[in-house]
Write a protein that binds this ligand. Structure first.
Ligand code: NDP
Ligand code: HEM
Length: 494
């Protein structure tokens, strides 16, 4: 027999009726003193937190990262300290533009956010399923995201805004190419790679710094939907990627990714012909080969989606000794954005929540504020620093080696830094005939209703990458305009 406990209010009082409210007589009005009803309605009003401004729709799971190859010559991080070492971790995958209720099978970049609960604190790698990004300066990120979200007047996504921004931002072409390739619409989160995308740094016990890129290659293989297939999937199940990940893990079919790094010596960054801190570019494999590090496995579903996935708070600023940032300007901007979003959206002490809490004891001198339920105890020492009562002290031994920088402060034009076309061209030329056909159709299909002058500006960018790319898209646009399913240009917005 089920051992049923009684319902209690949050203050512990017995909940005497959960069917009927307290009224003045059987047909009379409610009594305000029915504090259980007040509590129930008040709690319902507070069941939501603001959704993420980007990457609102997502799925997640817990798992492990296991070291298979020694990289201690590059990093002193404890997570990499010995072959066979296993660290608990959490992954959250997402689409970028849709709201929390958006369908999973939409063409969009996928988020690939990881939290490693290392024995030196949490390391978050908040990446995507693409090795590059649309913009290279954080000043452009909010503008770019506005073009992906709803138009302020129509309240609909705007193809005009997207192509207007992209055609005026040639640095976006590489990521646009990936988005409209087969990999822009994966069948599920198990069937895609993950990338740290930015250049990060590792530093070793001798204080030497290395620049690195992180790669997570799917062991499930790449699988994608065509646009038509995705439309059919969405018609049946808006949670197709959530279902795929959750069901696989429930069945014991645990997804895995092989983890690699590319490495560049610190001084080499000043000699290479390209800017190694530009997130719109990859490091060619031929020059910087992938070096295997370990394996990531997801093997446990969350028990409560809201508590463990919705409230999971990932930030590129969460690093551990031996892993650090780089001068990549977009990464530098992100170091502010995430923890600020969490304090606003989840709460001041969001890192005290079980899913965000490091697996080591944390002591500091932050005080009070909402959600402060694990306040320092008297035995922890002083509540200010320095103090004479045995409070925690700074850890100079964990300071990363100094980075030599130079230059005059100024607003340097990020557009003038390198070639925006060589890498998209290399990608385009890797596509076989079938991939190209789908690529042209995917792009053309997303251009419906866009004013001609914007299309012409974008075609000029395609042409600079490869004349065949431009010609293929032009033909596909013409085909779609003539075809039976073509929609007449929609109302133009500005
Ligand atoms: P390589 O031939 O060594 O590597 C090609 C890479 O392209 C592989 O990592 C492959 O991933 C990936 N790839 C294949 N199809 C697609 C697709 N439709 N969308 C995105 N990636 C795809 O060449 P290079 O290193 O010289 O890079 C050439 C181009 O490949 C780059 O300009 C870039 O666009 C793309 N690329 C490069 C990456 C890098 O880090 N160097 C990473 C990902 C893409 P896989 O091995 O998983 O099949
Ligand atoms: C989510 C900002 C670029 C990957 C977010 C969020 C913000 C943000 C505010 C929501 C955080 C939250 O509310 O919890 C920015 C800014 C960027 C930028 C300002 C550029 C300056 C990038 C890049 C990547 C990326 C380049 C990948 C390489 C993600 C992912 C999430 C996310 C995966 C979802 C994390 C999760 O699952 O909770 N971003 N972002 N972002 N961003 Fe970015």
């Amino acid at each position: 027999m089920v051992d049923r406990t009684i319902i209690r209010t949050t203050a512990g009082a017995p909940w005497v009726s959960n069917q009927d409210s307290k009224t003045a007589g059987p047909r009379g009005p409610l009594l305000l003193e029915n504090y259980q009803l007040l509590e129930k309605l008040a709690h319902q009003n507070r069941e939501r937190i603001p959704e993420r401004t980007v990457h609102a729709k997502g799925s997640g799971a817990f798992g492990t990262f296991t070291v298979t190859h020694d990289i201690t010559r590059f990093s002193r991080a404890s997570i990499f300290s010995e072959i066979g070492k296993t660290t608990d971790m959490l992954a959250r995958f997402s689409t970028v533009a849709g709201e929390r209720g958006a369908a999973d099978a939409e063409r969009d970049v996928r988020g690939f956010a990881l939290k490693f609960y290392t024995d030196e604190g949490n390391w978050d790698l908040v990446g995507n399923n693409t090795p590059v990004f649309f913009v290279r300066d954080p000043m452009k990120f909010p503008d770019f995201i506005h073009t992906q979200k709803r138009h302020p007047r129509t309240n609909r996504r705007s193809a005009t805004a997207m192509w207007d921004f992209w055609s005026l931002s040639p640095e976006s072409l590489h990521q646009v190419a990936i988005l409209f390739s087969d990999r822009g619409l994966p069948q599920g989160y198990r069937f895609m790679n993950g990338y740290g995308s930015h250049t990060f740094s590792l530093w070793n016990a001798q204080g030497e710094r290395f620049w690195v890129k992180f790669h997570f290659k799917t062991q499930q293989g790449h699988r994608f939907w065509t646009n038509d297939e995705a439309n059919a999937v969405i018609g049946q199940d808006r949670e197709s990627a959530q279902a795929d990940l959750y069901d696989a893990i429930e069945k014991g079919d645990f997804p895995k990714w092989t983890v690699f790094i590319q490495v560049m010596e610190e001084a080499e960054a000043e000699r290479v012909s390209f800017n190694p801190f530009d997130v719109t570019k990859v490091w060619p494999h031929a020059d910087y080969p992938l070096q295997e590090v370990g394996v990531m496995e997801l093997n446990r579903n969350a028990v409560n989606y809201f508590a463990e996935i919705e409230q999971a708070s990932f930030s590129p600023s969460n690093i551990v000794p031996g892993i650090s940032f780089s001068p990549d300007r977009l990464l530098q901007g992100r170091l502010f954005a995430y923890a600020d979003a969490h304090r606003y959206r989840v709460g001041t002490h969001y890192e005290s929540l079980p899913v965000n809490r490091p697996q080591i004891a944390v002591k500091n001198y932050h005080m009070d504020g909402p959600m402060r339920f694990d306040a320092p105890e008297p035995g922890d020492g002083g509540y200010y620093e320095p103090n004479s009562f045995g409070g925690p002290v700074e850890d100079v031994a964990s300071m990363e080696p100094p980075l030599r920088i130079n230059g005059d402060a100024g607003y340097y034009e990020h557009r003038s830094d390198g070639d925006d076309f060589a890498q998209p061209r290399a990608l385009f030329r890797m596509f076989d005939a079938g991939q190209r056909e789908r690529f042209f159709d995917n792009i053309a299909g997303a251009m419906t209703g866009v004013p001609a002058e914007i299309l012409e500006r974008q075609f000029a960018l395609f042409r600079q990458a490869d004349p065949e790319w431009e010609a293929g898209v032009r033909q596909a646009v013409t085909r779609i305009m003539r075809g039976p399913s073509s929609s007449a240009p929609t109302t133009q917005e500005t």
